[in-house]
Design a protein around this ligand. Structure first.
Ligand SMILES: Cc1cc2nc3c(=O)[nH]c(=O)nc-3n(C[C@H](O)[C@H](O)[C@H](O)COP(=O)(O)OP(=O)(O)OC[C@H]3O[C@@H](n4cnc5c(N)ncnc54)[C@H](O)[C@@H]3O)c2cc1C
Length: 288
């Protein structure tokens, strides 16, 4: 019997099994399986995964039926083993996985609603984060996660001077606000620019490029984010950057991260490229 030591989870959101996203998912499954991974796919549309966060996610009595507070109620339900079966099943997969790949077509500068529902419902407080365990101290900090997505837009449309604006800004809420908030080490996203309007050979080249990247994926350095330590972690302190760090940063030409830009130019490619190996510039200050 084969014993698989490593598990990868692909959270997949596309309605068609012959779509470009399905082709990407198939490449991922094949390549990771060859590398010895047990690959689990959560095919959200096929599963008819429920996107809305409601009280149906809790089994049994609510703590406060007068005022329903989803976050509070699901945290208690998680502690007491009273979350709905579909959430428990996804949390089990996530617990097993050392690598999580979110595979989707970009919808309105974000993930499709069904995938947002997965994030809303599966990343329960307590299971995925707490106020003590967030960002570089996050519950899921031993795991790697990445976004792999296709666009309708071309790459130049998502440049800082392109019509859609800078892709780094588009990715910040997903990569910092969700993935890194829960602790994930976030690998650089895999972006398939405009497959619908690319010639077949270009699409094949995109898939080949992804397969080649997958071979070294787990040795890649993650993206850089700001560690909790540089902030004053108290409500009195407003969770603001510590004054001494702010002072140190004054002479730096770029902001710390895409979000912590400190009124300066954004650090180039902060949300799409990991710093090169051995890089010891100022961005190292915010490496965890
Ligand atoms: C609600 C909504 C919101 C959107 N918002 C945005 C947005 O904010 N920004 C943006 O940029 N885009 C947006 N889009 C566009 C969307 O991101 C693209 O339509 C999508 O990414 C294309 O991916 P796909 O997998 O659906 O492509 P498909 O249409 O499935 O495939 C593209 C082409 O690849 C071919 N193909 C399939 N398999 C293979 C294979 N194995 N090898 C080679 N070719 C293959 C297909 O036959 C097809 O010709 C939005 C779309 C919707 C519906």
């Amino acid at each position: 019997m084969l014993t698989h030591l490593k598990t990868a989870l692909i959270v997949y959101a596309h309605q068609s099994q012959v779509s470009f996203n399905a082709a990407v998912r198939n490449v991922t499954m094949q390549e990771l399986t060859e590398q010895g991974y047990r690959v689990i796919v959560s095919d959200l549309y096929a599963m008819n995964f429920r996107a809305s966060a409601t009280q149906d996610d809790i089994v049994g009595d609510l703590k406060n039926p007068e005022l329903f507070q989803y976050g509070e109620e699901t945290m208690h339900a998680w502690m007491e083993g009273r979350l709905s079966d579909d959430i428990v099943a996804e949390q089990r997969k996530l617990k097993d996985a050392e690598l999580v790949i979110f595979q989707f077509p970009l919808y309105w500068f974000s993930v499709p609603a069904i995938m947002k529902g997965w994030l809303d419902r599966v990343l329960t407080q307590g299971f995925a984060f707490s106020l003590q365990k967030m960002y570089n101290h996050g519950v899921l900090k031993e795991k790697k996660a990445m976004l792999s997505f296709s666009t309708g837009a071309t790459q130049t449309m998502f440049q800082a001077d392109g019509i859609n604006g800078d892709i780094n800004i588009t990715l910040w809420p997903l990569q910092n606000g969700i993935l890194h908030f829960c602790g994930f080490q976030v690998l650089a996203p895999q972006i398939f620019w405009c497959p619908s309007h690319s010639p077949p050979a270009a699409r094949t080249a995109m898939l080949d490029g992804w397969q080649a990247r997958l071979k070294g994926l787990m040795t890649e350095k993650p993206l850089t984010f700001a560690p909790c330590e540089i902030f004053n972690l108290s409500f009195q302190g407003g969770f603001l950057l510590r004054p001494e760090v702010r002072k140190e940063q004054e002479s730096e030409p770029f902001g710390l991260t895409t979000g912590h830009h400190l009124g300066k130019p954004l650090p180039p490619n902060n949300q799409i490229k990991a710093p090169p190996a051995g890089d010891s510039d100022t961005t190292a200050d915010c490496r965890v």
